[in-house]
Write a protein that binds this ligand. Structure first.
Ligand SMILES: Cc1cc2nc3c(=O)[nH]c(=O)nc-3n(C[C@H](O)[C@H](O)[C@H](O)COP(=O)(O)OP(=O)(O)OC[C@H]3O[C@@H](n4cnc5c(N)ncnc54)[C@H](O)[C@@H]3O)c2cc1C
Length: 424
């Protein structure tokens, strides 16, 4: 396999005593880590160790959701080098069908393809390369010793020459929904395959009181899609049961993706959507309007139908400030929060001081080459692999993140020279 070739090519001149458990530790073994490492087989010359909290390397959060992706299938694997160590999954239909798809795919299919890629990566990294069921609770970077210590939930510690945070995102409780917290569910719970029975019970238990979805993004439309489906199932299973109306509360007109400014000009409808600004909202590389933030595919179609009053038992309401919808929240049997995601990360310490707590309200910022920025300073011992959603100011009018994998691979290549001592 190619990684063995890389190993064989490690030379004594590059070797250095390291006294660490790994050269590069990845915290989180989901979509990003798996596709990044599969895109940069040269990095496998280093002793890599991936810490993944869950039981599988590869699918990350995508394993939980029973919806369709926003992106077309091929986008998820666009960086992956399906040669060398990754030739085997490249030949598998499970992966290639998704990797070639020019339309969105069901998330369970994407998760299966990523699991397959993850399995191959695990083989390439060897028995010491992946720690499943391993939660990192804190990261300590020490400039003087040029090393990072990972503090694990089981009380043990591991050291590395560099750490990459690839821990994904979560929905944090939104402060404006605090008064109704007891009946708020995050949209991720509603769309997850593991909660279907519970959500159906909540719809039946609402006893006719409305279910309010707060937000107007892909997550909100995915939650609406799921609730429509579950409500229809509940109706078929319990004829005569009182089932709730669904209300979507939007803070402003949604953004809709258009393939070009011309299509946007001819297709946009004031009131339904936010009219685009040719400077701020158009991607310079593709010409796509609202490339990052806009609704597309099924979510776009559902939103347009909702706005037009064509979705039975569901309505769209405006509340520029959420407090404007307080009466509705009071009456609701269930509130679904779909107001965006926040990066999650362990506590980060630098030279003995806690510089960023995992609870911090601040975004986990990184340079374009993935260097973690702490108080604006790039950290040579720590990197971040697209943990936060695209920053607001870079969303639609700049090509954000498209060369991150390449630049991060180059950065790691430069910062962490291979050691002769690779794991077996
Ligand atoms: C409903 C939904 C739909 C989406 N659709 C799309 C889409 O169509 N296209 C798109 O590009 N993006 C989409 N996204 C965004 C999506 O979250 C990211 O693209 C992708 O999942 C990010 O990969 P990741 O590796 O950062 O996170 P994940 O794949 O979630 O991986 C993070 C991993 O880190 C592990 N982890 C977390 N904390 C720790 C810790 N402390 N220690 C050890 N392990 C840890 C987790 O268990 C997880 O496996 C969607 C997101 C959601 C929620």
């Amino acid at each position: 396999m190619a990684h063995q070739d890389h190993r064989a090519s490690s030379t004594a001149s590059l070797a250095r005593p390291c006294g660490t458990d790994s050269d590069i530790a990845f915290v989180g073994g989901g979509f990003r880590t798996t596709t990044f490492l599969s895109s940069a087989p040269g990095l496998l010359r280093r002793r890599i160790r991936v810490h993944e909290r869950g039981s599988t390397l590869g699918p990350g959060g995508f394993a939980r959701y029973g919806i369709t992706t926003t992106s077309i299938g091929s986008r998820f694997f666009k960086h992956v080098d399906l040669s060398g160590p990754f030739a085997a999954p490249g030949r598998s239909r499970t992966l290639t069908d998704v990797a070639r798809a020019e339309q969105p795919v069901a998330m369970p299919r994407l998760a299966t393809a990523l699991t397959e890629l993850g399995r191959t990566l695990q083989d390439a990294l060897g028995p010491d390369g992946v720690r499943l069921g391993s939660t990192v609770v804190a990261v300590h970077a020490e400039s003087a010793r040029q090393r990072v210590t990972l503090e694990l939930a089981d009380g043990t510690r591991e050291s590395s020459r560099h750490a990459v945070l690839a821990t994904g995102r979560i929905e944090r409780p939104h402060p404006e929904l605090a008064p109704w917290r007891a009946k708020v569910l995050p949209s991720g719970t509603v769309i997850s395959t593991g909660h279907r029975a519970e959500i159906k019970d909540r719809l039946l238990g609402a006893a006719g009181r409305p279910v309010v979805i707060v937000g107007c993004s892909h997550s909100a439309m995915s939650a609406l899609q799921t609730l429509l489906l579950l409500r229809a199932e509940a109706r078929a299973e319990h004829p005569g049961a009182l089932l709730p109306a669904l209300q979507v509360v939007r803070r402003g007109p949604a953004r809709l993706v258009y393939d070009s400014a011309d299509l946007a000009r001819s297709g946009q409808k004031p009131g339904r959507e936010r009219l685009f600004d040719p400077v701020a909202d158009v991607c310079p590389a593709t010409g796509i309007v609202y490339r990052d933030s806009g609704l597309r595919h099924e979510s776009r179609a559902l939103y347009c139908a909702l706005w037009a009053g064509e979705v039975p038992g569901a309505t769209l309401l405006d509340a520029p400030v959420l407090a404007d919808a307080a009466d509705r929240f009071d009456r609701a049997g269930l509130i679904v929060q779909a107001l965006g995601y926040h990066g999650q990360a362990p506590d980060i310490h630098l030279d003995g001081a806690l510089l960023r707590s995992g609870e911090s309200p601040d975004r986990l910022l990184a340079d374009d080459d993935g260097a973690l920025l702490l108080n604006g300073t790039p950290q040579s011992l720590l990197s971040v692999l697209r943990v936060e959603p695209t920053p607001l100011d870079r969303r639609d009018h700049s090509v954000y993140g498209s060369d991150l994998y390449h630049r991060l691979a180059r950065r790691l290549d430069r910062l962490v020279a291979p050691t002769a001592e690779v794991h077996a």
